[in-house]
Write a new protein. Structure first.
Length: 376
């Protein structure tokens, strides 16, 4: 290979392979391949540049292969600081190799001139020594380039493994968050019906009481108990009993207003928090509506189940100002409703509470009229 061809080819190759300044390496290689292909086209039909044409053909084959390989190389913007430093080192190596190539070209030119002019052998030997020194420099640069490429490869591998670890950490975090949501759901919701459990209901009731005290609102707490539910479990099994409870929960959710809360206390007992219960008559009508909705016919696996409910009602602030007091009095009212079987009962209307005069002057809440039997 002549010095001119050697230098030109080395410049083309190194600019393609090493000058990484944020652009994709494959694009550089394509530009180099096109430059070589263009030169080959210029040499077509020429018999005076056989050596150069041969070198250009070899270069084109190498660049074509390099182009295919380089399509998978990363860009500098995708790499970390260590990779950027390695690329900077690669640029320094490029400078060394280019300088060595230039020096070698100059030495070769001098040798030719000296040999042609019959220069004494001592001078030729001196020039050869210089040429060998340049060769050593080129070899050192080549070895450094191997080290740089290895560093780049290691850095890319490390980045790949880091991305895998980050991906695994992200997956683990997502799973942990999902598990936390499931745990929170399990801790605050009933496992059978999915309704808020007593813990969550009590929390919402306490928050509602704070708001009611601040804005002078009236609240209603209803204690709902399913009548003769034990017979469903005894006759049909707990699986059917759970499906009945799920049905009741769905029906209760279908009638509650936005902002109100329905929850399952335990067993066959449910709780209902009614916000801004302005008129007692409206509370009574809503309680009747709940009882009628629960009492609608329910068919499970071809068997029709009759479910009725007793509803007790406590009002804030008349019946109490704390969550515990309201729940207790709603429970007492529920047992009165279950005993008298005449529909929902307000705690304030139970005679033994000391409000007998009031209860005598107020109309008794009518028992709910059951709708005709129809499947849920």
């Amino acid at each position: 290979m002549s010095p001119e061809i050697n230098k030109k080819w080395m410049e083309v190759y190194l600019r393609a392979a090493l000058e990484v300044d944020g652009q994709k390496v494959p694009g550089r290689i394509v530009a180099a391949r096109e430059a070589v292909a263009g030169r080959l086209k210029d040499l077509e039909g020429s018999s005076d540049h056989h050596a150069e044409r041969h070198e250009m053909q070899s270069a084109l084959a190498a660049l074509t292969y390099l182009e295919d390989e380089a399509r998978t190389w990363p860009t500098i913007r995708d790499c970390g600081l260590s990779l950027i430093r390695a690329l900077d080192q690669s640029k320094q190596v490029q400078d060394k190799v280019e300088q060595a190539a230039s020096d070698l070209s100059s030495v070769n030119a001098v040798l030719k001139d000296e040999i042609a002019n019959g220069v004494p052998l001592a001078k030729v030997e001196h020039a050869l020594n210089q040429s060998e020194a340049v060769e050593v420099k080129v070899q050192e640069a080549a070895e450094e380039l191997v080290d740089v490429n290895e560093a780049l490869s290691n850095e890319i591998d490390e980045r790949y493994h880091l991305e895998n670890r980050l991906s695994e950490s992200a997956s683990a975090l997502c799973e942990s968050q999902a598990e936390e949501r499931r745990s929170r759901q399990s801790a605050l919701h009933d496992t059978v019906t999915g309704l808020p459990n007593l813990t969550l209901f009590d929390d919402r009731l306490r928050n509602a009481l704070a708001q009611a005290e601040r804005h002078s609102w009236r609240l209603a707490v209803m204690f709902i108990d399913l009548d003769e539910f034990k017979s469903v479990n005894d006759m049909h099994g707990h699986d059917v009993g759970d499906r009945v409870l799920q049905m009741v929960g769905q029906r209760l959710q279908s009638v509650v207003r936005s902002g109100d809360t329905i929850g399952r206390r335990s067993g066959d007992e449910f709780l209902f928090l009614m916000l801004e219960a302005k008129e007692e008559a409206n509370v009574a009508a809503f309680a009747v509506r709940i009882a009628l909705r629960i009492a609608e016919a329910c068919e499970i696996d071809g068997v029709e189940h009759e479910v009725k409910a007793s509803v007790g009602i406590a009002l804030y602030p008349e019946d109490g100002r704390s969550a515990q007091e309201l729940l207790k009095k709603a429970d007492v009212a529920m047992y009165a409703a279950k005993q008298h079987k005449q529909g929902p009962v307000f705690h304030s209307r139970i005679p033994h509470t000391g409000n007998s005069a009031a209860s005598a002057s107020q109309p008794t809440m009518p028992a709910p009229t059951l709708p005709p039997h129809r499947a849920a």
